[in-house]
Design a protein around this ligand. Sequence first.
Ligand SMILES: Nc1ncnc2c1ncn2[C@@H]1O[C@H](COP(=O)(O)OP(=O)(O)O)[C@@H](O)[C@H]1O
Ligand SMILES: [Mg+2]
Length: 163
Amino acid sequence: MDTYATPTSADRLIVASASPRETKIWGRRLASLLEGGELLALIGDLGAGKTCFVKGLARGLSLREEQILSPTFSMIQEHRGRLPLYHIDLYRLEAVALDDLGLREYLFSEAVAAVEWFERLRDAENLARLSVRISYATANHRSIEFSASGERYARLIERLRLG
Ligand SMILES: Nc1ncnc2c1ncn2[C@@H]1O[C@H](COP(=O)(O)OP(=O)(O)O)[C@@H](O)[C@H]1O
Ligand SMILES: [Mg+2]
């Protein structure tokens, strides 16, 4: 199984984004490589662009990006596109465990799970995942760092790199 990562399998890709549009394009590009069952950990401050990235992801899964809301209102949103997408936002929780809220069902499924504020998940450091860390550069510039825990995600980054 690919649920837990081995420490030797990390890989990394850092790209720049000059606009929300470019961030969405990276989301779309990633979506085109997904097969279902992936765990995407979105990390970055409030306003970094995590939801913006998920909108691009949604487009790439043949969903309308307007359906992607900042899930302040509900913590888990399910969408049905080319693959099912679970959009999860842990912002309102100080700390959460894998066994809370039936999270395992969402994180380990046939769907794509995109989790904003993944770092609030307490016992997740060993989970195989693709981390997408977005940081501020200027008002419109962001740096997006993709990093893999687990072979499956290292291969995904390799394909992302090739374009
Ligand atoms: N390069 C960029 N990438 C993503 N968002 C950007 C960028 N430049 C400016 N923004 C703005 O930053 C905000 C990001 O908001 P959002 O995606 O909701 O952040 P988060 O989900 O990380 O809190 C939006 O208002 C967006 O228009
Ligand atoms: Mg958000």
